[in-house]
Design a binder for this molecule. Sequence first.
Ligand SMILES: *[C@@H]1O[C@H](CO)[C@@H](O)[C@H](O)[C@H]1NC(C)=O
Ligand SMILES: *[C@@H]1O[C@H](CO)[C@@H](O)[C@H](O)[C@H]1NC(C)=O
Ligand SMILES: *[C@@H]1O[C@H](CO)[C@@H](O)[C@H](O)[C@H]1NC(C)=O
Ligand SMILES: *[C@@H]1O[C@H](CO)[C@@H](O)[C@H](O)[C@H]1NC(C)=O
Ligand SMILES: *[C@@H]1O[C@H](CO)[C@@H](O)[C@H](O)[C@H]1NC(C)=O
Ligand SMILES: *[C@@H]1O[C@H](CO)[C@@H](O)[C@H](O)[C@H]1NC(C)=O
Ligand SMILES: *[C@@H]1O[C@H](CO)[C@@H](O)[C@H](O)[C@H]1NC(C)=O
Ligand SMILES: *[C@@H]1O[C@H](CO)[C@@H](O)[C@H](O)[C@H]1NC(C)=O
Length: 820
Amino acid sequence: MFSVLFIVCFSININFSDGADSITANQSLSGNQRIVSSGNTFELGFFTPGNSSRYYIGIWYKNVSPRTIVWVANRETPISDMNSAELKILHGNLVLMDKSQVSIWSTNVNSTASSSAVATLGDNGNLVLRDGSESRTSEGFWQSFDNPTDTLLPGGKLAYDKRTKTKQLLTSWKNSEDPAPGLFSLELNPNGSQFIIRWNRTEQYWTSGAWNGRIFSVVPELNYVFHLSYVDNVNETFFTYSLYDPSSLFRSVMDISGQIKQTSWLENTKEWNLMWSQPEQQCEVYAYCGAFGTCNQNSPPFCYCLPGFKHKSETGWNLKDYSGGCARAIDFPQCGNGSTSTGRKDKFLENYHVRLPKNSQSVTVGSARECESVCLSNCSCTAYSYDGKACSVWNGELLNLQQLSEYEGSGRTIYIRLSASDSQFSSTKNGKGVVIGAVVGSVAVVMGLLAFVGVMIWRHQRHIIGTTKAVEAVANLGGDNKSGIGVPFCNWESILAATENFSDVYKLGEGGFGPVYKGMFHGGQEIAVKRLSSCSVQGINEFQNEVLLIAKLQHRNLVRLLGYCIKENEKILLYEYMPNKSLDAFIFDQKLCMLLNWKKRFDIILGIARGVLYLHQDSRLRIIHRDLKTSNILLDEEMNPKISDFGLARIVEGKGTIASTKRVIGTYGYLSPEYAMDGLFSIKSDVFSFGVVVLEIISGKRNVGFHHSTEDLNLLGHVWRLWSGNKALHLVDPILLESFEKSEVIKCINVGLLCVEDNPSDRPTMSNVVLMLSGETGVLPVPNQPAFVMRKRGFSTSSSSSSKPESTSNELTISMPQGR
Ligand SMILES: *[C@@H]1O[C@H](CO)[C@@H](O)[C@H](O)[C@H]1NC(C)=O
Ligand SMILES: *[C@@H]1O[C@H](CO)[C@@H](O)[C@H](O)[C@H]1NC(C)=O
Ligand SMILES: *[C@@H]1O[C@H](CO)[C@@H](O)[C@H](O)[C@H]1NC(C)=O
Ligand SMILES: *[C@@H]1O[C@H](CO)[C@@H](O)[C@H](O)[C@H]1NC(C)=O
Ligand SMILES: *[C@@H]1O[C@H](CO)[C@@H](O)[C@H](O)[C@H]1NC(C)=O
Ligand SMILES: *[C@@H]1O[C@H](CO)[C@@H](O)[C@H](O)[C@H]1NC(C)=O
Ligand SMILES: *[C@@H]1O[C@H](CO)[C@@H](O)[C@H](O)[C@H]1NC(C)=O
Ligand SMILES: *[C@@H]1O[C@H](CO)[C@@H](O)[C@H](O)[C@H]1NC(C)=O
């Protein structure tokens, strides 16, 4: 009897292996069995996340590797053995049973279709439970789209139900191996028709801004890629989105980083491309580093413990869940005030350049010393800060402390309470002065030691580089080297020798940051030598730090930094040498321009876009180039574009992603209006420059110095006039007439015009640009009139009338321009 049952079960189970997309009333799913959606896009079955040994029922993309989970059924109740567990229909519900036939998870609906219910996995990733007699398009009585975990797929929705006053949440996983609900959740707030992200379901730390019928005000760029809809009726309010190109794979995830991330699958490179994430800065995520953790935006993995503290849960930190925060490494402050048995007071450790934690209490006192004693006298006080006027104290755990760099003006100093016996203070004397003395003292000893070691290493390197194999050392060390330093330090004499004392004969050009020479090193090796102008205000240490960071940026569309040198006021950077010089030398030259046909130019545009995207987003430093132009695009032997001079603004002026600056770095003709006029730069100012570069590459004409016999327009104005007159193809450099691809040219001009829009928030981000250029989206947004249209009016920006062309019938324009 038993064996008969077994065979029956077995034979039924076989159904799943031939690609069924449904579970029906007399079937069950177990072990390695799966159901697959009809179009082969999604798959449902048991999985284990990461190295975990616990099993969950999940939905994932069938053809994406590594496995990417979009939905989890039993996220809080894993099972230990998938072979004895079963997913089946029971009394009209989909139920997961463990080996003793106890229900572990259930869809939990009151359905009338007790025996004929069917669960079908759709090709959009939605699992629908419906009566078997209903059509396959019916909404059924339960859907996984109504019960999302951390992922919102196109077509899915996030709703607020007005009748039950409940909202659906997109909730992050706890950590990379545990799908249980974590601390971060995205929800729709019907009051402001906006999205918000909360920490621990309470503390709101991000909003999308209100929906205005077309866009969310804080993140207008969203509708570059999707068709967004926001529905508000008597029963519910919900948001949903669809793709212009339904064939691409796309998902929005409430990530364990506390950010909402949108990624698209790139079939060519087989990877998820991050298009957009919010909040943009990791350190803006509420309590990301937990109690007594400190967040450093410039130094991934971002979270660190304060001095005197250690990771509370090592496993959590390894799985990228920092919410456990830090615990005191030694003992808790004894709350001594000098009269306890040990006779020692608690001490305060000074931390500079921080953004202060949340939830302070202010106290009215007259001096720093009084502020300190207020804190000292209350045992629950853990830190204080005094800014000359106001005294703030913190009780209990410190959340949201952020370590800033010394360039960021908003940094403050906080004093963290530590036990007197903490080894941070080895001194025997009392008082704050001593504390600082002790810290300074021990720091000095460490620094001394480091300096000594540094000098030894330096002397060693200098010896190698200076006397024997300068070139090989530079060239070899430029790659991934094992030494902790990362970029070799080169000696001044070898550079003088390689450039014959910076002889004009060797000069390749003059950039915004100083001249560049071709250095002929030992053995015939050619290296580009950049001599930074001495206007740099940075000290040697900061310079060195920046160089080490910049050298870590490696991408095939970026010029590689190979080494550096400091000698008194001289600062030198060594780059790989590009024999083909820069893009402007080709496209603006009557003869050389013939070497770049349309295909090559399109590849160059795409390469530049990818390089800038890497700088903006994929590299961990978030570099704004600030001087992007055709003469900063170098070409290698195969005419692949490589961006140069990136990170130099940062080396010369300090960091920051949005900032205002006293001195505008950059080149007239490529500067965005907000940067040129107000000194405000952001990644969107690079997008503007990129747009100019694209239009120059297509037209073979410079934006600055552009002349047209009958128009008082610059290049951008000229492009706009052609575009709005549906004659965009007249822009194309006549040399390309035989090689160009109409649809690609139109696409590039469209993207170029979007990039040079007046309002930075109307410009796409570089990830959108890459996506649009690589053809992942079908319909492109219609551009508005660009900034700086009139040639002779200096920086008068475009009118706000935003006249749009009636239609984009540019594709149909076939007439060719009659030469220049
Ligand atoms: C399930 O059971 C019904 C009747 O109970 C039967 O008609 C149907 O063929 C069965 N389906 C499978 C796949 O065995
Ligand atoms: C799984 O464990 C192996 C070995 O312990 C480790 O190298 C790997 O990084 C782990 N994978 C994940 C996803 O944690
Ligand atoms: C299901 O029906 C039972 C009894 O009719 C009722 O008590 C329960 O609240 C219902 N559950 C839901 C989710 O409607
Ligand atoms: C919307 O606002 C009203 C009053 O301001 C408040 O009572 C209600 O709870 C809010 N609703 C939500 C979903 O936050
Ligand atoms: C989240 O909130 C709950 C109460 O709502 C609390 O018990 C829990 O400790 C909080 N979690 C953290 C990490 O603070
Ligand atoms: C609201 O719900 C009621 C009852 O479920 C339904 O009849 C009605 O069509 C719904 N209205 C809308 C606009 O969805
Ligand atoms: C602080 O000192 C006073 C006397 O100076 C003593 O009465 C009090 O108990 C002390 N408080 C603590 C927490 O040790
Ligand atoms: C210490 O501070 C906490 C929080 O402000 C307060 O509730 C408590 O009464 C204070 N204790 C003393 C002894 O002042």
